[in-house]
Ligand binder design. Structure first.
Ligand code: ADP
Length: 248
């Protein structure tokens, strides 16, 4: 059986840039509904790994399956997005002049274009979907505000909501709490925890306090492969991890 029953199955993935192995025999197995945190020092290969999952970077060797049927290595970026893998980059990119509601509406339309979307009438079920996402991201009270008026944290939640409008099965989230207040970080933790189960989430994160607060499985990358896996407590007490982080 391909994919071994995992939602995401990466096996023996390697990729070199000018002879430098950025990803070196990487294995990553993600179950449906999981919230997995990926940590590791700068240059560990976290971004490259995400680029491989989304089809932005093609590995030299290895296998990458999304569910049992979808061979990610045979698809391009738009096809992978279409198959249900959504990515949120670190910096929020919302339509500042449009309302929060309108941002979600545009995200639902995806690449069908801005003008047709704004001219079309929403069906009641489409309005329900937007309302549901507004509740998930905690922005019901801000629905009519221009996105540019939101706080940094609220913009990040809106962008997560925009991803959700595309109903992805797997969400890749890159350092969402950078620049957030403590309160915003706590709410982001709640939001991601609430989304897990119905969605599967891979979270790349530098903030160790935040990763600890989420209390999910952690994968530590180092020099392009998995150094350790387990709970934050387990990986923190792993001597190999301590060495990498303390630079011993
Ligand atoms: P991380 O996200 O964990 O900081 P990256 O995936 O960005 O790590 O980078 C892993 C390594 O690969 C780094 O040493 C980086 O310099 C190198 N690298 C990444 N992308 C490229 C590229 N397009 N060309 C050359 N080197 C790259």
């Amino acid at each position: 059986e391909v994919g071994q029953g995992f939602l995401l199955y990466l096996e023996g993935i390697s990729v070199s840039f000018d002879g430098f192995k950025a990803i070196n025999d990487l294995n990553l197995y993600i179950k449906e509904g999981e919230l997995r945190c990926i940590i590791g020092p700068n240059g560990a290969g976290k971004t490259t790994m995400m680029d491989i999952i989304t089809g932005k970077t093609r590995p030299d060797t290895g296998q990458a399956w999304f569910g049992q049927k979808i061979n990610l290595l045979e698809m391009d970026e738009p096809e992978i997005a279409q198959a249900g893998i959504g990515r949120k980059f670190q910096k929020p990119t919302v339509f500042e002049l449009q309302s929060v509601f309108c941002n979600l509406e545009l995200a639902m339309a995806g690449d069908k274009g801005v003008m047709p979307t704004l001219l079309a009438r929403l069906t009641p079920s489409q309005v329900d979907r937007i309302d549901h996402v507004l509740q998930l991201i905690g922005l019901v009270g801000q629905r009519n505000l221009p996105a540019g008026a939101l706080s940094h944290g609220q913009k990040q939640w809106l962008e997560i909501g925009m991803l959700l409008m595309q109903s992805p099965k797997l969400l890749l989230v890159d350092e969402p709490v950078a620049g957030m207040t403590h309160q915003e970080m706590d709410r982001t933790g709640e939001l991601l925890t609430n989304l897990a189960g119905e969605h599967t989430i891979i979270l790349v994160e530098h903030d160790m306090d935040f990763v600890r607060s989420i209390a999910s499985e952690v994968t530590v990358l180092h020099q392009g492969s998995v150094l350790a896996e387990g709970t934050m407590q387990q990986v923190q007490s792993n001597p190999k991890v301590v060495e990498v982080y303390l630079g011993a």
